[in-house]
Design a protein around this ligand. Structure first.
Ligand code: C2E
Ligand code: MG
Ligand code: MG
Length: 755
């Protein structure tokens, strides 16, 4: 061993430099050369110092790991080297080099400019006068300050060991901070899709930091929706370092026997297993949602580390349960469980993202809403289970057709939405859905859908839900044109829809303020000229005196459901009027009341009619209910049953507006009604000679064939009356005899007519 000939006071430092073996001692030797070495940077302008240091420490192990050396011969060179080289543990730094304080200045640059805070710095100087010890340590972030003469070989070793130990601790703190940051960012992102993934990666990093090894490992957990053997059904849900390639694989298929054996053993025995080269940690989760982590670890774990790891595992397992719970909640919040598609909230978010993209120069897009026509009727007729199967079939077809290029969602009961490029979402691309055939449980059935589309170019709605509203305005417009139609949103449509909405609002107000009233129009027996009935017709006059025709407000009331309560009120009011007419001495006059299909569909409707008759005290035979052919859409057996119940009680039934709806002879034969009302449009056409076919002439014998009386509506002239008489029509309603009148006027009219 070279003995030191170092003299401390010579600024030129040109003497033989070496280390004194004082007292002679055995330093620990490297046992495993494979271990990662600690990197030591020697910075000195004296080449001999480099040689002597390396020579003195050759083959020595510090904290069971070998040393490796980097060399720089000036402060400037050291800075350049540190810019390139990672993981330098200790810098042995000379003070006097290119300048008298080059080493001291380098410290500031290493810490502040390069941001390297972990490498420990040991200042070595041959000229102590240039850097007073206490002042230097106080001012600079350095570990130690030694004169070269002090540094015997054992001293060098102990100084280096202390520095490396603190470097190691700083690095572990760093690693553990990184791990903690992962866990924190995972908890912050609980609500994002990356929740479980981030969390799992964080767990690996955290454990690796704990053990003091590189984060090389993988985490596996039971796959969703898998109830099989816990260990066999596990899937790799996070993998780092050279395990990354196994990400997403089933554990049993991972081609790495050490890992697979370790994890399977750990999962089956439900405990953590520490082996010489690796650890497999077990995390017990709720509802058998256990998970396990494999970490490669070339050195054996200390007892204390094992204990701490156990505590850590228990805590993390609880976190894991929470992350999974939040993940599951997120799925529920953003997905439709019935048809397994994104839901309204998810869709609105997607539209918002697309809007943000468009604002930054992205392409235009289209939102389409598909609404199943008469879904309520399908549900009523075929049952809810069938309805669910139909929705699922629609969802799957949309997925097949648009899944790759668009966002699809179910946004309410029977409404689906598509978001995509103009080229992908258009009436042409949706052609198959307007009138589709779906096979459900082996039975083919036609289903039509109304489609509303809105282009981001046309809508000025800057929010996803507003854009959806625009699309639903377009759906409404499509439905007004009949079933299986489409309509594009336009600002004009929005205006008319807004007007309808305003109308509905005003109608509700009028109803609550009792501004609606009922008028009565006489029905006369053609043969005898006797008044045999009156029809109750609803009227609305605004406070300003303007009359709003029922043709305008009844459809709005029907669409909104207001017709249910409105209809109940008309029925009661008309029956009360019927009593007053009788009390005024006019008996045997039937009261005809219009009933909307929506009302008829209400489960309690029949009972309500009976109850109202009882309440008001009118005999059932003096009530007639006018229904249109469209009631047949409810399914004939249901309609037939209801009509039979009404007739059994003595109530009569009239088929109103006959000839304008889905007239079908087979329906007509099965609808058990007393009267057929020929729509007024046919009466006008008959007398004007506009029509080639004379409908009343065909309908009257048909009604008689089916055992019904036939009444003609809208008869205004003597000529019409005579023609109808010729054809054998039974009864007449129209301005020819009398307009619809308020009750007192009607009673006066009846008195006059009797006279
Ligand atoms: P509707 O049930 O077919 O009623 C007959 C319509 O023909 C009434 O129109 C009546 O005023 C009109 N009318 C009767 N004779 C003549 C005539 O000689 N010439 C002309 N030009 N018209 C005549 P209104 O009152 O405007 O009612 C229109 C429709 O509104 C009714 O058609 C009915 O479908 C519906 N409606 C009226 N009141 C109610 C109600 O209380 N409930 C329900 N659900 N619908 C009602
Ligand atoms: Mg009517
Ligand atoms: Mg009518």
């Amino acid at each position: 061993m070279i003995l030191s000939g170092n003299t401390s006071d010579n600024p030129s430092g040109n003497e033989l430099v070496g280390f004194r073996e004082d007292p002679p001692s055995e330093l620990p030797k490297v046992a495993n050369a494979e271990e990662m070495p600690w990197r030591i940077l020697i910075v000195d302008d004296d080449r001999d110092v480099h040689q002597a240091t390396e020579y003195a420490l050759r083959g020595v192990a510090v904290l069971e790991r070998p040393l490796s050396f980097l060399h720089a011969y000036s402060a400037e060179e050291a800075i350049e080297l540190l810019k390139r080289e990672k993981n330098v543990a200790v810098i042995l730094l000379d003070v006097v080099m290119e300048t008298e304080d080059a080493g001291l200045a380098a410290i500031g640059r290493i810490r502040n400019e390069l941001g390297l805070f972990n490498p420990r710095i040991i200042l070595r100087t041959g000229q102590p006068g240039y850097a007073p010890e206490i002042e230097t340590i106080r001012r600079y972030d350095i570990n130690d300050y030694k004169t070269k003469s002090e540094l015997t070989r054992p001293k060098m070793f102990t100084t280096l060991t202390a520095a490396i130990r603190s470097y190691d601790q700083l690095c572990r703190l760093d690693a553990s901070r990184v791990g903690l940051e992962h866990i924190i960012s995972a908890s912050n992102q609980f609500i994002s899709e990356a929740g479980v993934q981030e969390f799992s990666t964080g767990v690996i990093t955290q454990i690796a930091a704990f053990i003091g090894v590189a984060p090389e490992g993988m985490l596996c957990a039971r796959a969703e929706n898998n109830d099989g053997d816990a260990a066999e059904s596990c899937v790799v849900i996070a993998a780092t370092g050279h395990f990354s390639c196994f990400m997403g694989q089933r554990l049993v298929e991972v081609k790495h026997s050490l890992v697979v054996d370790g994890l399977l053993k750990c999962l089956r025995q439900q405990r953590s297993i520490v082996e010489p080269n690796c650890v497999s940690l077990f995390f017990p989760g709720r509802n058998s949602h256990d998970f396990a982590v494999f970490i490669e670890c070339s050195r054996s774990l200390r007892e204390i580390d094992q204990r701490l790891l156990e505590v850590f595992c228990t805590n993390i397992a609880i976190c894991g349960d929470n992350v999974r719970l939040v993940d599951a909640l997120r799925k529920i919040a953003y997905n439709d469980m019935l048809v397994r598609l994104p839901n309204r909230a998810h869709f609105i978010e997607a539209v918002n993202q697309r809007l943000a993209g468009s604002a930054q120069g992205g392409t235009d897009f289209v939102v389409a809403l598909l609404d199943v026509d008469q879904f309520a009727e399908i549900n009523d007729m075929l049952g809810h289970r069938y309805g669910d199967l139909l929705l699922d079939a629609i969802a799957r077809r949309l997925e097949t057709r648009f899944g790759d290029c668009c966002t699809i969602a179910r946004i309410s009961n029977d409404t689906f939405a598509i978001l995509g490029d103009e080229a992908d979402v258009s009436p042409e691309s949706l052609q198959d859905f307007f009138n589709a055939i779906f096979e459900i449980e082996g039975v083919k059935r036609p289903v039509s859908m109304s489609v509303g589309l809105v282009s981001s170019k046309v809508s000025d709605s800057g929010e996803g839900d507003a854009l959806l509203k625009d699309a639903s305005i377009a759906v409404k417009r499509a439905k007004e044109n009949g079933q299986g139609q489409f309509a594009w949103y336009s600002p004009e449509i929005a205006v008319s829809t807004r007007e309808r909405t305003q109308l509905l609002h005003d109608l509700r107000h009028a109803f609550s303020q009792e501004m609606l009233f009922v008028v009565y129009q006489p029905q006369v027996d053609l043969e005898s000229g006797r008044v045999i009935g009156v029809e109750a017709l609803l009227r609305w006059r605004t406070p300003a005196g303007k009359s709003i025709p029922p043709d305008v407000f009844i459809p709005v009331a029907e669409q909104s459901g207001l017709i249910i309560s409105l209809g109940s009120w008309v029925l009661r009011t008309a029956l009360e009027a019927s009593r007053k007419i009788e009390a005024a001495g006019h008996s045997c006059i039937r009261m005809a009341v219009n009933v909307s299909t929506n009302q008829f569909r209400q489960p309690g409707f029949i009972h309500e009619v009976f109850q109202t008759l009882d309440d008001v005290g009118v005999a059932p035979e003096w009530l007639e209910l006018e229904v249109t052919e469209s009631v047949a859409v409810m399914g004939l057996s249901h309609v037939e049953d209801s009509l039979r119940q009404l007739r059994a009680r003595g109530i009569s039934v009239a088929i109103d507006d006959f000839g304008t709806g889905y007239s079908s002879l087979s329906y007509l034969g099965r609808l058990s009604a007393n009267r057929l009302k020929i729509d007024q449009s046919f009466i006008w056409n008959m007398s004007s000679g506009n029509s080639r076919v004379n409908i009343p002439q065909m309908v009257i014998p048909l009604g008689h064939q089916l055992d019904m009386l036939v009444i003609a509506e809208g008869v205004e002239t003597q000529e019409q009356l005579e023609m109808l008489r010729q054809m054998g029509c039974d009864e007449i309603q129209g301005y020819y005899y009398g307009r619809p009148m308020p009750l007192d006027e009607l009673i006066a009219w009846l008195v006059q007519r009797k006279a």
